[in-house]
Write a protein that binds this ligand. Sequence first.
Ligand SMILES: Nc1nc2c(c(=O)[nH]1)N[C@H]1C(S)=C(S)[C@@H](COP(=O)(O)OP(=O)(O)OC[C@H]3O[C@@H](n4cnc5c(=O)[nH]c(N)nc54)[C@H](O)[C@@H]3O)O[C@H]1N2
Ligand SMILES: Nc1nc2c(c(=O)[nH]1)N[C@H]1C(S)=C(S)[C@@H](COP(=O)(O)OP(=O)(O)OC[C@H]3O[C@@H](n4cnc5c(=O)[nH]c(N)nc54)[C@H](O)[C@@H]3O)O[C@H]1N2
Ligand code: SF4
Ligand SMILES: [Mo]
Length: 709
Amino acid sequence: MTATEALPVTTTVRAACPHDCPDTCAMLVTVADGRATEVRGDPEHPFTRGGLCVKVNNYVDKVYSPDRVLYPLRRTGPKGSGRFARISWDAALDEIAARFRETIAEHGAEAIMPVSYLGTEGILNGLNVGDPFFNKLGATIAERTYCDSGACTAYTMTIGATAGVDPESLVHSRYIIIWACNMVSTNLHLWPVVAEAQRRGAKVVVIDPVRHQTARRADWYLPIRPGTDGALALAMMHVITNEGLADEAYVRDHTVGYDELVERVRQYSPEWAEAETGIPAADIRTLAREYATTQPSMIRIGVAIERHAGGGQTVRAISCLPALVGAWRNVGGGLLQLPLWAFPVNWGALMHPELATPGTRVVNQFLLGRALTGELGLDPPITALMVYNSNPMVVCPEQAKVAAGLAREDLFTVVSDHFLTDTASYADLVLPATTQLEQHDIMFSWGHFYVSLNTPAVAPLGEAMSNTELFRRLAVRMGFTEPCFRRTDEELIAEAFDWSSPVMEGITVESLRERGWARLNLPSADEYAPHAEGNFPTPSGKTEFRSSVAAEAGNFVIPLFRQGSNEFQPGGVVDPLPYYVPPRETADTGYRLNLISPKSHAYLNSSAADQPAQRRVQGEPAVTIHPRDAAERGIADGQYVRVFNDRGQFVALARVTDEIAPGVVMSPMGAWPKNAKDHSTVNTVNPFVFADLGNAPTFSDTRVEVESS
Ligand SMILES: Nc1nc2c(c(=O)[nH]1)N[C@H]1C(S)=C(S)[C@@H](COP(=O)(O)OP(=O)(O)OC[C@H]3O[C@@H](n4cnc5c(=O)[nH]c(N)nc54)[C@H](O)[C@@H]3O)O[C@H]1N2
Ligand SMILES: Nc1nc2c(c(=O)[nH]1)N[C@H]1C(S)=C(S)[C@@H](COP(=O)(O)OP(=O)(O)OC[C@H]3O[C@@H](n4cnc5c(=O)[nH]c(N)nc54)[C@H](O)[C@@H]3O)O[C@H]1N2
Ligand code: SF4
Ligand SMILES: [Mo]
């Protein structure tokens, strides 16, 4: 090195993983001469403990990928061809404003529909970033019930919007049921906590149709037929109440409707449940007895628990269990769903629901294909679409309809993303989005009790723009003058939380800037037993076996998933006691196999599913099938098969293994149709139909047939 050559200036910037993942890992970004060279986990973060995951540990490659969209693009070829030419931001924003104005003049603002989800989970750039804009515009309100909406409705109906247990307190649990959750893939950093409990003598039970890597680490694995978990939970309550295993004092002091519950579950015997679930009655009895008598006992439900016709009632029944056995009494006992409710997020300030015109049309995003192809008979029809933070071509059911809708020549589509996803390929305009290393954000978590601040590590690449800046600029173009449209990122951070809430005591933006993260001001995980004395945030303050909300409000979608309205949604009266709803699709459909489509190990939903390193780990889109079912169909391991039903088909590699229950097949979601053998993936065969509560999806309630292709 010569004396004139300066040494590179290396700094470390504190960031947070942006993904829709419960772990919200604290990241340290190494920056040399303005370029990020490495991301790693913050070893001091009590939950992340220095490790990221296979989806993110090469995030730098993604940021600097040659495939990134770095400039606004306008379509030059037919829709879906992926042929684009670079244009300026001014031209792009002018065109959007002009097209939105034309649409409003011609059809009214409801002809415009936003589509978004949790491409980034940051409070600034995530779920709600476009809500004030589209509310003010008067656009169709997109209902976003992709994830946990049904479970949240059922959970709040039963025990209220409580954070529930501190995930870190699972180390104190003595009996842990992991129910429909592939933790080692999807909630990686909770696993060491469970493993520590296991080392200290806890029994770990996994209930899942697939003996996946989490199940293989369990002490007891119970294979179950998809969509029948409600039968198991109700039969557990049958055994517990029948055999005098309920915690009488806890039930008396902190629950409502016990006598009616006992009466209700009388019909749900283990023998009856065996026929539904495929789990032997003797095992159901053992599970119920062990769960009731090994305190503190804990249930961790995964998001997949809600994805069938009776998903809501399943979560209703499971939410009753901890109070029935007094599990909440002790640290490490209770139910773990979404600790998100611990964070005092200022949803109202983010969404500005008051800007929406009352009565504005609401369309659920699961119906996107039907909305765009005219099948819903919408008046006015959707003629303009803006997609950000989402990839509906992969994550929506009825994929072929989504594609047909997006291919409409008269539809004006704008997509903001990092990459030319399948959805972006259909766009008229593609807008380059910044990644987490290029933007400010502040994060809650739905898997631990830590707030994190994400400081940008590098300047935006090319002309990439954050979602917050994009909507600020669009608001100017549309002439919106409300102060909320002028909020800077710093001001948005100041509004993100109710900083005066007791749980935020001692946490400031400055302290977060220094350390990157902070634990909410709650008792430590060794002391936190939030419902030892009841105190459930329900109308009665108790666990409501007999739910007053179900009786009075009926079915509803919580406002987080249906922004623009804080009203309960009329959805019909709901039986106030939990009951069994069997799967909707049965062998009567003519299709004998039950398809499930959980998460891919190496992708985060469809994010990273185009990255070479992640594709190498995940392999080609596959369908897992039991040897018995494969033999019946003459299917060999490693061959291509066609998976189909009346809704559509896709081709995947057969993986023949007894890790999956007979009668069940699995094809993980996330792969890009572009990269799949016949350019379609598992959501071609999935239905748009809602579950019983909260308009949840029914991805696990799908019948298909599989044959050699
Ligand atoms: N690697 C990875 N991690 C992720 C994600 C990802 O895409 N990839 N996505 C993130 C997101 S958005 C979410 S919502 C979470 C979800 O993470 P999880 O809650 O773990 O949900 P899934 O992976 O969809 O499914 C979990 C398990 O449920 C099983 N299952 C499916 N249907 C049923 C059923 O009816 N009953 C029972 N008992 N089991 C069933 C599946 O076999 C699967 O093993 O993961 C987050 N983390
Ligand atoms: N069959 C089946 N379908 C499912 C599921 C399932 O288990 N099975 N899971 C459902 C669930 S739980 C979920 S959460 C949804 C997930 O649905 P989505 O949230 O739509 O998930 P992604 O596929 O990751 O799409 C996010 C897109 O946002 C982009 N993005 C990321 N960050 C930014 C940003 O800062 N700005 C902009 N403009 N774009 C950004 C990403 O590049 C990506 O293309 O899928 C649902 N669909
Ligand atoms: S995807 Fe989840 S586990 Fe992976 S780095 Fe991000 S927060 Fe952590
Ligand atoms: Mo999700």
